[in-house]
Design a protein around this ligand. Structure first.
Ligand SMILES: NC(=O)c1ccc[n+]([C@@H]2O[C@H](COP(=O)([O-])OP(=O)(O)OC[C@H]3O[C@@H](n4cnc5c(N)ncnc54)[C@H](OP(=O)(O)O)[C@@H]3O)[C@@H](O)[C@H]2O)c1
Length: 249
């Protein structure tokens, strides 16, 4: 089996740990300079993933925006933007969502096996539908399939909280990019950055904070969560991957 893809989790939260408000329209957490940084990180990866709720609520395109970054990818023999990945248990995804109608790279939808035929028929040529598991898809099975059958060596997971929780709770993350926006949301019904889980990073096993950066009015916290950390950096250390020794649980 091929090596499991390198996983970067990237999200922006309010000071009180929310990913969004509960209002009908998406709350912008980040600023333009940080969105440009996110675009740069996207351009490094083979695939980008969001959960089905984010596809429904935000209708994201998930493309590399900057023309120079797209040109660099093309020159390196890659698609202009990473492949897009999502996961659904209900199969409630519209074929007209920007996820399916923008960009030229592959779009891969994971769902429980029993949903796959119907969803595949509905999405047609717009996506490859992969059925895994009985009621839900485990993130380790999803990663194994991306690596083994779709040639994906790196995955950037952009949310939402349900998906972030599963990757972090299963200790499948190599690095975490957490942006803190300078305001509070304070709504019980708003989505939290993560939910309850048995996280491998606890008070007695603290995550390694590798970098912090102020970007205008937000701050980026970059955590190294595995000893593969830094593998995608444009100028990795001469020794290659693993600049930081991260102890496994
Ligand atoms: N601030 C940020 O950086 C950021 C980034 C992304 C998203 N967001 C926000 O986050 C919110 C959405 O977050 P969320 O936690 O509600 O949803 P989410 O993580 O985007 O998606 C959850 C959905 O994904 C599917 N899913 C998740 N795990 C699954 C599994 N193991 N097997 C099968 N399907 C699975 C299910 O879809 P079905 O319901 O179809 O079964 C589930 O309802 C939105 O408000 C969005 O704007 C914020």
């Amino acid at each position: 089996m091929s090596e499991r893809p390198y996983v970067t989790l990237s999200c922006a939260m309010s000071i009180d740990g929310y990913l969004d408000s509960a209002e009908p329209h998406r709350l912008a957490m980040s600023n333009a300079a940080d969105l440009d940084r996110v675009d740069d990180v996207r351009a490094l990866h083979d695939a980008i993933m969001v959960g089905a709720s984010t596809v429904r609520r935000d209708n994201p395109r998930l493309l590399v925006r900057d023309a120079a970054r797209r040109a660099r990818r093309r020159a390196a023999g890659r698609q202009e933007s990473p492949a897009k990945v999502t996961v659904t248990a209900s199969g409630d995804l519209s074929a007209d969502a920007a996820f399916f109608t923008t960009g030229e790279g592959p779009r891969i939808v994971y769902c429980p096996r029993e949903r796959a035929a119907e969803l595949s028929a509905r999405l047609g040529h717009r996506a490859v539908v992969v059925g895994i598991g009985d009621e839900c898809v485990t993130m380790d099975a999803l990663l194994d399939d991306l690596g083994a059958h779709h040639g994906i060596r790196s995955l950037m997971v952009e949310g939402g909280g349900t998906v972030l929780t599963q990757f972090l709770g299963a200790d499948l993350v190599d690095e975490l990019h957490l942006v803190v926006a300078p305001f509070f949301v304070g709504e019980t019904a708003a989505p939290r950055v993560v939910g309850p889980a048995a996280y491998p990073w606890t008070a007695s096993r603290r995550a390694h904070l590798a970098d912090t950066r102020q970007i205008g009015d937000v701050v980026l916290l970059r955590y190294a969560l595995s000893d593969r950390f830094g593998m995608l950096d444009p100028d990795p250390e001469p020794t290659g991957a693993g600049r930081i020794a991260v102890e496994r649980p």
